[in-house]
Structure formats: structure tokens, C-alpha cells
Design a protein around this ligand. Structure first.
Ligand SMILES: C[S@@+](CC[C@H](N)C(=O)[O-])C[C@H]1O[C@@H](n2cnc3c(N)ncnc32)[C@H](O)[C@@H]1O
Length: 307
């Protein structure tokens, strides 16, 4: 489900919007006017306000409980105002609430670990389609996994699979593990390490799908990112320090063939302006049938190659 689709569902099913319309409109207008926030799509300010109000009221955003403003105490209103103030500084909503709904999973997110994006749901769909087609042992690896969103959603949708998430940050791997435990996904495992280096050796030649959403911002471009990204996401989650942002993609194209089965896939989630160069990197790495896939959001592409 896209970010936007899930946003629509909230407005339609919850009575927060009608009973707390004045609070929401005021917050929406202020969020809309904030220069610290990337307004990449219409309606996002409204969604932020709704999520924060539900959080302040202690209401499940996906529930259809009858919420009226009368049920919000003065303390809850003050709490809402404090949450909106935090958002106005650029702090991501996911960090404020500590949660993000991704492919229907309620993920815990934490400052210090990259906050998952709805755009990554497209890569999950492409990975799942390829993994399900495989007869026999189904192994997938999500490199640079962060909080584990792609690994966990893949594991949830293909229960008879083994999914490994790897990240250079121990904090990220710990969060991935905590999410797996909470979601009872015992087919998802997480390791700390540089790219594929710390995966069990026994997986060499056994992996059917490798996914990566790398830190692809060129070193010199980081300072141009919106405040809500630049100030709130750790630098190593945004850039690999290369001049073109494709340092980790080149490393993966070199290393992945040693881990994949014949016919296995690499899927790279990348900015549209980097899709062609990513495709070239994969072809040079020996991958065939290289394609660049678009989704409805248009924020990123998924470039796929087959061994
Ligand atoms: C853009 S974030 C993507 C996180 C996650 N895949 C997602 O979509 O939510 C990039 C991730 O790459 C990780 N990373 C950076 N360098 C790495 C490396 N050399 N090996 C493994 N992970 C790395 C960062 O810690 C960060 O979690």
C-alpha cells in the first residue's frame, strides 16, 4: 500500500478529522508552511497532522473508534501542540511517534536508524514476486537494511523463506531484530557488517534475491537535502561518500555474483536520475536482462538485473 493510499484510508475511516477539524486545519497550515519539511506531494501536511493528533489522543490510526474532541483533555491538546512544534522543526513524524506502517506491518523506528519510506514497498513487491517463483529453498538478503523494513516485509509475505538483513550499523541490526521479534517473523535474521561480509558462508551460491536501498546521495549533495532529512537521518545512511552516490552499488555488483544462485536477482532502489547509471553498473558486473521499474509514487526506481 502506498503512503498516499494509507493516508486516504485514515481520513475516511476515522472521525478525528470531523470532530477535531479546527485543531487539524491549524496544524496542517503550519506544517504546510514549514521550510524544514519536504512537501513532495499534496496532502502530506494533513496526514502528518492526523497522525500526530491520533498519537496525542492515544488512538490507533488504523482503528475506526469514535473519537470526539470532548474526549481530548487539555493535557492531550497540549501534547498535540508539542508534537506539532517538533514536526515544525523538521523532525520526521515517524521519529515522533516511534512507528511506521510499512506493507501493513507496524514497524518500530528510532532516531539513529534510517526511517523507512513508503517508496520501498515497490522493491518488496518485486522481490516477493521473484522469490515466490522459485521452487526449492528460498533465500533473500536485504543489504543496508536499516530498521529491516524490506527484509521484514519480504519475510512476512513469503513465510517459507529465509530472509537476512545486513547493515553496517549495529544499532540498525538490533532494531531489525527487535522488529522481527515483535512481529513474530522467525524467518528474518539480522547481522551487523559491511555489505555481505558477515553473512554465514553457507549462504554463498544459495541466495535467490538480493535487495538494496543504498545511501545514494553524492557526498557533495548532502548539504542540499531538506532539513528533515539532513538534520534527522545519520549521514552514513544518506551517502557512501562517493562523488556519484553509486559506491555501494558498484561494490554490490562485484560481490553479489559470489552469493547468488544462477538465475538469481539483484534489485536496487535508487533515485530516478541514477537509474541509467545503476543499470550500466549492473551490466558491467555481469548481470543480464537489466530493467528499470517505475512505481506509482515516482520517488525512486527499482533497477533489476539477473545473473
Ligand atoms: C538509505 S538507508 C536504507 C535503509 C533501509 N534499507 C530502508 O529502506 O529503510 C541506507 C542504509 O545503508 C546502511 N549502510 C551504509 N553503508 C553500509 C555498508 N557499507 N554496509 C552495509 N550497510 C551500510 C546504513 O546504515 C543505512 O541503514
Amino acid at each position: 500500500m502506498s503512503k498516499v493510499a494509507s493516508r486516504g484510508a485514515v481520513s475516511a475511516r476515522s472521525s478525528v478529522r470531523t470532530t477535531a477539524a479546527d485543531l487539524l486545519s491549524d496544524a496542517e497550515n503550519r506544517i504546510e508552511a514549514s521550510r524544514n519539511i519536504e512537501h513532495w506531494q499534496a496532502g502530506l501536511a494533513r496526514w502528518d497532522a492526523e497522525v500526530l493528533l491520533a498519537h496525542a489522543l492515544g488512538v490507533d490510526i488504523d482503528g475506526d473508534g469514535d473519537i470526539t474532541l470532548n474526549t481530548a483533555s487539555a493535557a492531550q491538546r497540549r501534547r498535540f501542540e508539542a508534537l506539532v512544534e517538533r514536526r515544525l522543526t523538521g523532525e520526521p513524524v515517524n521519529h515522533i511517534t516511534g512507528h511506521f506502517r510499512f506493507c501493513g506491518l507496524d514497524l518500530m523506528v528510532r532516531p539513529g536508524v534510517f526511517s523507512p519510506r513508503a517508496s520501498s514497498e515497490h522493491m518488496v513487491a518485486e522481490a516477493v514476486t521473484r522469490l515466490r517463483r522459485r521452487r526449492g529453498r528460498r533465500v533473500a538478503v536485504d543489504v543496508a537494511t536499516g530498521a529491516g523494513a524490506v527484509a521484514l516485509a519480504t519475510a512476512a509475505q513469503v513465510r517459507r523463506s529465509e530472509v537476512w538483513g545486513a547493515d553496517i550499523s549495529a544499532e540498525a541490526a538490533r532494531l531489525g531484530r527487535a522488529n522481527a521479534r515483535r512481529l513474530q517473523l522467525d524467518n528474518a535474521r539480522f547481522v551487523t557488517g559491511d555489505m555481505l561480509a558477515t553473512l554465514p558462508r553457507a549462504l554463498r551460491g544459495e541466495v535467490h534475491v538480493i535487495t538494496i536501498h543504498p545511501p545514494y546521495v553524492a557526498r557533495q549533495e548532502v548539504r542540499t537535502l531538506p532539513v528533515e532529512i539532513r538534520r534527522f537521518e545519520p549521514r552514513h545512511t544518506l551517502t557512501d561518500g562517493s562523488d556519484d552516490g553509486l559506491g555501494l552499488v558498484r561494490r554490490l555488483a562485484d560481490d553479489a555474483p559470489g552469493w547468488l544462485r544462477p538465475g538469481g536477482y539483484v534489485l536496487v532502489e535508487i533515485a530516478p536520475y541514477l537509474a541509467r547509471r545503476t543499470a550500466t553498473v549492473l551490466r558491467r558486473g555481469g548481470f543480464g536482462d537489466v530493467r528499470s521499474l517505475r512505481d506509482g509514487l515516482g520517488v525512486t526506481r527499482v533497477v533489476v538485473g539477473q545473473l
